[in-house]
Design a protein around this ligand. Structure first.
Ligand SMILES: [Cu+2]
Length: 160
């Protein structure tokens, strides 16, 4: 009786040990197996970087302002102004809800209320560039050298 019972215990213990060993081998195999797939899907690539600064080429002539594009996305906008006329010109950037041609209000020069900056007067044949940080809105590009606005040096410009 006693010996049968002891043998049973021994057999059970052996079975437990074998099972434990088997589990150990399995987990060892798992850790060595190189199954390195992460349990979560890889994160999406970072959002694409914001578009670079917009570049607007502007021709200043006697007496017109002609940007290469009439609208740009909000953000950094670099104006590259080229004076193709015979006189000095400038380019003032005004944010306003008024129509491009209605800023003079009876005076000889345009009101620069809402100006966000300007490329100051520069000589014929020259090229000047300047970056602006523009919020969405309606803008007017103009030259306020005396008489030039009245002569037609203005144009509407949109920042979306
Ligand atoms: Cu001008």
């Amino acid at each position: 009786m006693q010996s049968t019972r002891t043998r049973t215990v021994v057999v059970i213990a052996a079975a437990v040990l074998i099972a434990a060993a088997a589990i150990g081998l399995v987990s060892l195999a798992g850790s060595l197996g190189g199954d390195d797939k992460p349990s979560t899907p890889p994160k999406q690539a970072a959002a694409p970087a914001a578009a670079g600064p917009s570049i607007v080429n502007v021709q200043l002539s006697d007496f017109k302002i002609q940007p290469s594009r009439a609208a740009v996305p909000a953000g950094k906008v670099t104006f590259v102004a080229k004076n193709t006329g015979d006189e000095e010109h400038e380019m003032v950037v005004v944010r306003t809800n008024k129509a491009a041609g209605s800023l003079a209000g009876g005076k000889s020069e345009a009101s620069e209320a809402g100006s966000v900056g300007e490329i100051g007067e520069f000589k014929a044949g020259g090229t000047e560039r300047k970056a602006f940080n523009l919020k969405p809105g309606h803008y007017v590009l103009l030259c306020n050298v005396p008489g030039h606005y009245k002569a037609g040096m203005y144009t509407a410009f949109t920042v979306r």
